[in-house]
Every structure is written in C-alpha cells, then in structure tokens.
Write a protein that binds this ligand. Structure first.
Ligand code: AP5
Length: 225
C-alpha cells in the first residue's frame, strides 16, 4: 500500500490537534506535532525547551534552526516510513522547502496539505476555552464546545486538565498575526503544486472529522491507483 505523507495547515485553534488525534486512530499513522514536541522539551527543562519557551510564550515562531533538523530527522524514523501526519510544520516558506528537500532525499513526496479554515474570532473563542490533558496533550477539550464529563479531569485517563500558557487573549491575537504573515502564504504555495485540500473548520468536531476522514480515504485510494 502506498504511503500517505500529510501536513495539516490552519490557524492556531483551527482544530488541527483535535483532528490529528482522530486521524491517527483512523489510519494508524504517526501524528507529529511540533508544538507537542516543543512543549515536552519545555516540561523536561532541556536547553532546547528553555530556548523555545521564550518564543512560544510570546506567540512567536521558534527559530528555524531549532525546528527544521528535528522534524526532517523525525519523518525519516521507522514509524513514519509508511506515512505521517505533520501538525504545525511547515510554518513558513523556508520550512516548507526544507521538508520538500528532506522528502526528495528519501525518494518520497508529500501527498497533500489539508487546510482547516476557521475565522479569527472563532479562533479566539476556541483557544480561550481550550483545556488540555497534563499527561497527554492529544487529549483536547473545550469548556463549552467539547467539555469533559467532570470539570478539569481528562475523560480518557483521569489526569488533570490545564490551560496552555500561550492561550491568553493577547498572545492568541499575536499568534494569529504570525499565522497570517508567515504561514498563510503556504496556502498558495501548496495550491500551486496541486496539493491543497480545503476543509471547512467552522463546523463541529464530528462533522469536520467526517470530512477530513473522507478526504484522507480518497487520497489513499488515489495513491493506490
Ligand atoms: P502549536 O502547538 O502548533 O499551536 P498552533 O498551531 O497555534 O495550534 P494549536 O495547537 O493552538 O491549535 P489546533 O489547531 O491544534 O487546535 P485544537 O485542536 O487544539 O504551536 C505552539 C507554538 O510552538 C507556536 O506558537 C510556536 O512558538 C511553536 N512552534 C510550533 N511549531 C513550530 C514551527 N514549525 N516553527 C516554529 N515554531 C513552532 O483546538 C482548539 C480548541 O478548539 C480546543 O479547545 C478544541 O476542543 C476546540 N475545537 C476543535 N475543533 C473544534 C470544532 N470543530 N468546533 C468547536 N471547537 C473545536
């Protein structure tokens, strides 16, 4: 079976992590989230984590030198050999080119860029109410749109739910600016290569999931033709 090498594009709070967690279960592909990798480094107190935290707390992108090698090495690892779902990378033109070069070097190619589109005001509403599991950042909730059964407790493993440090309103607004100036140009970049698939992220999580899953299933069929 052909591999599916996918990236998830979209503004902060579009639901990339929420959908990636579901797609990982649907298609048994590794979910590689740059944000989760960086936050794990911060939690461990590594040198990389300490450097990254300054940028993350401000809502700025971590320098390319820190992130590019880490992700291009990661997609070459064994569990990603049959495909991967990249969430949060690439975020600018330089990262997109680095990914393309790394895949070329492995004689692989990107299958598609899945763009989840959500307007800015909805992003602010979503991120202000987001809660994440302290143990597993893939377990994501929203106080109104997707609440846990018991307040501040993860349904899936009983751990405590926390609010991310960069989910304060002024930081969210800055992250959106960074998205519009640095990441949004990648929409045209991937569209020009015929790789872009647009998804309406304004619908509820289950509806978005049904659309994303159908899109990925179609891509898999096309890859196998
Ligand atoms: P990262 O962790 O990648 O954050 P992000 O891209 O800003 O995306 P988010 O995780 O905030 O949102 P999401 O789209 O995953 O939404 P979610 O599913 O959680 O990056 C953080 C930082 O790390 C960056 O600012 C940067 O500093 C650094 N970084 C990361 N990658 C980098 C890179 N490549 N280069 C440089 N720096 C990098 O959903 C959000 C909320 O909405 C949740 O509460 C959820 O329950 C709810 N929700 C989800 N879907 C729906 C829906 N359909 N309807 C209603 N509510 C929904």
């Amino acid at each position: 079976m052909s591999e599916l090498n996918l990236i998830l594009l979209g503004p902060p709070g579009a639901g990339k992590g929420t959908q990636a967690d579901r797609l990982r279960d649907d298609f048994a592909m590794p979910h590689i989230s740059t944000g989760d990798i960086l936050r794990a480094q911060v939690a461990e107190g590594t040198e990389l984590g300490q450097e990254a935290k300054r940028y993350m707390d401000a809502g700025d992108l971590v320098p390319d030198e820190v992130i590019v090698g880490m992700i291009t090495d990661r997609v070459a690892e064994g569990d990603a050999r049959d495909g991967f779902l990249l969430d949060g990378f690439p975020r600018n033109q330089k990262q997109a080119e680095a990914l393309s070069e790394a895949l070329n070097g492995l004689e692989r190619h990107l299958t598609a860029a899945l763009l989840i589109e959500v307007p800015d005001d909805e992003v602010v509403r979503r991120l202000a109410g987001r809660r994440v599991c302290v143990k597993n950042p893939g377990h994501i909730y929203h106080v109104d749109f997707d609440p846990p059964k018991h307040e501040d407790v993860c349904d899936q493993d009983g751990s405590r739910l926390i609010q991310r440090d960069d989910d304060r309103e002024e930081t969210i607004r800055h992250r959106l600016e960074v998205y519009h100036t640095q990441t949004e140009p990648l929409i045209d970049y991937y569209d020009g290569k015929g790789l872009l698939r647009r998804l309406d992220g304004r619908r509820g999580p289950d509806e978005v999931h049904a659309h994303v899953r159908a899109t990925v299933a179609t891509l898999r069929l096309e890859e196998n033709l």
